[in-house]
Design a protein around this ligand. Structure first.
Ligand SMILES: Cc1cc2nc3c(=O)[nH]c(=O)nc-3n(C[C@H](O)[C@H](O)[C@H](O)COP(=O)(O)OP(=O)(O)OC[C@H]3O[C@@H](n4cnc5c(N)ncnc54)[C@H](O)[C@@H]3O)c2cc1C
Length: 419
């Protein structure tokens, strides 16, 4: 029996655990089905410390986010990236009706993040928190205040439960919310492309590590990587989505930069599941490109031509894609026209703000899809869904990034400490 069981050792789980320990709660169990948490703390680990980046504005005020971000920084000890001459880009953006957010950021890098996570877990361990990794919770029995461990069938009792399973745990979360009778919605999804370009053609990254441009029509830049940067594919149930990483500055630069251009889609009746929509788009892309993400040079896209393996490295197409195995093709066959139109319009604006990004060699990878969480019906501001059950972090839509997930964990833990 534990005072608190926390499912997930991602930033939301960690934020909750540290807050509970620091407020005198001793009997805490953290469970994670992975060897090391699987989200962004482990991959790339770019931390944003400026509201509203990562914070859904309907759930957070600037004051509350700012005060919790201080707490997050005390634990993650960020080394902030310096901003150079960004004013020129901001002014150009403003003229086009594009907003440029200047965000306090720090970047750990995929090669350094495991050490950071192990260090955080070791601190919790030495404070008496029990941590069970490679241990999956299969069921939550709310009426009997117990969780069941997959495989062994072991049953553990809690006084309070914080579920923070991240975005990848959305199906499992839906199941446990269904069994507890918690209502939720899932109608928002981000769809877009990942752009890979020579750093010389997107030099803004030398002044601003992850520049955040917000365009009209719900399009934004997201997750920019430079230095030792590369594009990856992530497996979802029926498709691959692309994503980007970068190693720490100690690693050799690829001379390339990658970032996503994403459009947010809010679905309404009768199609209300963002996850289903994402799955349909992802499957369509896989069918058109032999089960892999597709890629197209901007030069071909502009001419309305597909990219082919034989022409992919011609003349101006003068750098090799970092995502090996993506299929040269025609993304306009796969992306719904409303999404593509808005993204392309935004890219033209971006090319006016940072001239060069639409160089013919730049690559557009598709699909990059970010599903949102199942947004539960909370009964109080601590992300409580039942008297002693809290759901926080990206899985519950209370955050969309590392720092906000950590802050969400604190907010849930406060619900326990304050009763
Ligand atoms: C590849 C990648 C890169 C990213 N990069 C960044 C970045 O650089 N910066 C940024 O701000 N955000 C990034 N993100 C987003 C970031 O991961 C999330 O915002 C953040 O991690 C959410 O924290 P969380 O604690 O809610 O969930 P997570 O970090 O996803 O943690 C959830 C944990 O719960 C565990 N879990 C799930 N279900 C169960 C179960 N049934 N039993 C036991 N354990 C379970 C999972 O194994 C996982 O470790 C990235 C995401 C991905 C996928």
């Amino acid at each position: 029996m534990y005072d608190v069981i926390i499912i997930g050792t991602g930033p939301a789980g960690l934020g909750a655990a540290f807050y509970l320990v620091e407020n005198g709660i001793r009997s805490i169990l953290m469970v994670d089905k992975s060897r090391l948490c699987t989200g962004g703390l482990r991959n790339d680990c770019k931390q944003n410390y400026t509201f509203p980046v990562g914070f859904p504005e309907d759930l957070w005020s600037r004051e509350e986010a700012d005060s919790l971000l201080e707490d997050v920084a005390c634990h993650l000890e960020p080394r902030y990236e310096e901003h150079g001459n960004v004013e020129i880009f901001r002014k150009r953006a403003e003229k086009l009706g594009v907003k440029m957010l200047t965000v306090r950021q720090s970047h750990v890098g995929t090669d350094k993040s495991s050490a950071l996570i192990r260090d955080l877990l070791a601190k919790l361990d030495s404070s008496g928190v029990e941590i069970r990794l490679s241990t999956e919770v299969s069921e939550v029995d709310w009426e009997n205040s117990s969780v069941t461990i997959a495989g062994t069938g072991e049953s553990l009792i809690f006084h309070n439960l914080i579920a923070a399973p991240g975005r990848a745990g959305y199906e499992w979360l839906q199941q446990i919310m269904d069994t507890m009778g918690v209502k939720y919605v899932d109608n928002v999804v981000d769809v877009g492309v990942r752009v890979e370009a020579r750093e010389d053609n997107y030099p803004v990254v030398r002044d601003y590590y992850d520049p955040k441009f917000i365009f009209p029509d719900g399009v934004r830049t997201f997750c920019t990587n430079s230095g030792a940067a590369f594009v990856v594919q992530e497996k979802y149930q029926n498709y691959y989505s692309v994503n980007g990483h970068a190693m720490s500055r100690e690693k050799k630069s690829t001379g390339l930069v990658n970032f996503a251009m994403l459009k947010t889609i809010t679905l309404t009746d009768p199609v209300v599941s963002g996850h289903q929509f994402a799955d349909a788009l992802g499957q369509m892309a896989m069918r058109l490109s032999g089960g892999k993400p597709m890629m197209q040079r901007v030069g071909d896209f502009r001419m309305g031509k597909r990219s082919k393996a034989s022409t992919f490295n011609d003349d101006l197409y003068d750098f090799a894609p970092t995502l090996k195995g993506a299929t040269p093709g025609d993304i306009s066959l796969a992306v719904p026209s409303k999404i593509l139109r808005d993204i392309w319009r935004s890219m033209k604006m971006l090319d006016t703000i940072v001239p060069g990004i639409l160089h013919p060699s730049s690559i557009l990878y598709y699909p990059e899809i970010k599903t949102y969480a199942n947004r539960p019906e909370f009964i109080d501001r601590h992300f409580r869904v039942k008297r002693n059950v809290f759901i926080a972090g990206d899985g519950a839509g209370t955050s969309r990034g590392i720092t906000a997930a950590w802050a969400s964990g604190i907010r849930a833990a406060r619900g326990i400490v304050n009763g």
